[in-house]
Structure formats: C-alpha cells, structure tokens
Design a protein around this ligand. Structure first.
Ligand code: NAP
Length: 240
C-alpha cells in the first residue's frame, strides 16, 4: 500500500546495502517504513535478485549502490513497475536514457545528488550568491568538496549540481573546482569568492549520513504514489 500519508506503513526494498543502505535501515522505523528486501553485490550480481517474486510485497525501492550498477538496477526496477528513489551518484551522463525508461514505466523514479534538506536549502543560498557576484568582476570564484576515501566519483554529484545552479543563476565566469577524498568525511561543499579587498565563503558540512537517509526515506514515500521522472531538488520542500 503506497501513500504520502506518514501514518501508512511503507514496505521498502534496499537496492545497495552499504553505508547508506544500513543507515536507512537504522532510521526506517521512525519514518514508519519497513525494510522487506535487501539486495547487495552478493545476492544481486547481474541483477539476479531483482525478480517479480522478490518485489511482490514492495511499495518502493531505495537505490544506493555504485556508479557501475545503478543504471541497470533502475532499468530493472522500471520493468518491474517499482517506484524508486535513487541516491547513487556518478551516472548522470545516462540521464536522458533513464528519464525515458522512467517515463515509459508505470512507476515513478526520483533521483537526488543529495537527499539532505540542508544541502537543498544550500542550493538556494548558492543561487543568491551567484546572482550577487555575477557582475562583480573583481571577484573570482572557487568550488571545493571533500568526501571519505571510499567515494567512487569525483567531483561529487552534489558539486556538479551546485555548478549547474551557479550557471543557471547567471554566474558565467570560470570556477576553480577542487576535490579531496580522504578519511571518513561524510560530505563538505563550499564556494568562495575572492577579491583584492576580501573573501566570502559559503559552505555546507554534513555531520553524518542521517540527513541523507531521512531524505531518501521521504523521497521513497513521495514517489510511491507518483509516476514520471523527478529531481529531488525540485520537490524536496513538498516533503518537509
Ligand atoms: N544522494 C545522496 O544524498 C547520497 C548520500 C550519500 C551517498 N550517496 C551516493 O550513494 C552511493 C552509495 O553510497 P554508500 O556510501 O552507501 O556506498 P557503499 O558503502 O559503497 O555502498 C554501496 C553498496 O552497493 C553494493 N553493490 C554493488 N553492486 C551491487 C548490485 N548489483 N546491487 C546492489 N548492490 C550492489 C556495493 O558492494 P561493493 O562495495 O562490493 O561493490 C556496496 O555494498 C554512492 O554513489 C554515493 O556517492 C548519495
């Protein structure tokens, strides 16, 4: 039974059971969600775990796997008609293909480079900064992001989205972007503007994975009763 109503229980399949999958599992009960299926690299090699029988009792899937497996997993979920929230990053060069799959499916797909409410609010801060500095030619801009050493893609999907936000908001000059992959950092994103006179920095620092997991659970509930292809950054404020 799928529903926007948080009082209705929602049965979820985790496609990808790594750091994010486990964090989502630990927070599912407080979002009135039950994890009824867990697929990982062992029981889902070559998508072997994605059968109609396995998904018979599933209201929505949450996909946090790897850049190499995500597109095949979404394709299969669309074939099965399972509403899906996709958190994996590093696959956006295939976005047109995935949009077409989702639009042909009877179930919807929502994807987000970042499911944290704070980062999605930060996109709006960056929009405002981009507009403010668009014509302030004395200022150069840098972008910086840091993540844990296990993250496979760089720059992060969030940084790529932030760079789009800068362009869409009118900032057309070059942006010098740097990334670090080190230690256990859950995710830091920053923009800076520097002139002879001063420096302005705006940044978002995640304290852990809980914010991403809560957003993913909200996205799964939202998509469970919808069709089509959606970007979390466009609809997140309907979920809070
Ligand atoms: N949108 C957001 O808010 C957000 C937040 C955090 C992270 N992310 C992104 O989400 C993705 C996952 O992050 P994570 O930290 O959870 O990574 P992770 O700990 O590496 O977990 C991914 C898991 O998926 C497994 N896997 C591999 N092939 C699979 C298959 N065919 N089916 C199902 N699972 C499979 C991986 O196994 P192996 O390690 O053995 O390959 C691994 O256990 C990354 O792309 C990351 O950048 C997004």
């Amino acid at each position: 039974m799928s529903s926007d109503n948080p009082n209705q229980p929602l049965r979820i399949a985790l496609v990808g059971y790594g750091k994010m999958g486990r964090m989502i599992e630990s927070l599912a009960a407080e979002a009135n969600c039950e994890i009824v299926l867990r697929l990982d690299e062992y029981n889902n090699a070559d998508r072997a775990g994605m059968t109609a029988e396995a998904f018979a009792d599933v209201d929505a899937a949450i996909e946090f796997s790897t850049p190499d497996t995500v597109v095949g997993n979404i394709e299969r979920l669309c074939e099965l008609g399972v509403p899906t929230a996709v958190g994996t990053t590093g696959w956006y060069k295939h976005i047109d293909e995935v949009r077409a799959l989702a639009e042909r499916s009877k179930a919807g797909v929502i994807y987000g480079a970042n499911f944290s409410v704070g980062v999605n609010a930060f996109y709006r801060v960056v929009e405002a900064a981009a507009r403010a500095f668009a014509h302030a030619e004395d200022y150069d801009c840098w972008g910086y992001e840091a993540h844990h050493k296990f993250k496979k893609d760089a720059p992060s999907g969030t940084m790529l989205r932030l760079l789009e936000v800068m362009r869409e908001s009118g900032y057309g000059r070059p942006i010098d972007v740097a990334t670090n992959r080190v230690g256990h950092i859950p995710g830091t994103h920053e923009f800076g503007f520097d002139s002879e006179a001063d420096t302005i920095r705006i940044s978002h620092t995640a304290r852990g994975r809980a914010g991403f997991a809560k957003g993913a659970l909200g996205a799964a509930r939202w998509i469970s009763s919808r069709q089509g292809f959606h970007d979390f950054s466009q609809v997140w404020d309907q979920m809070i």
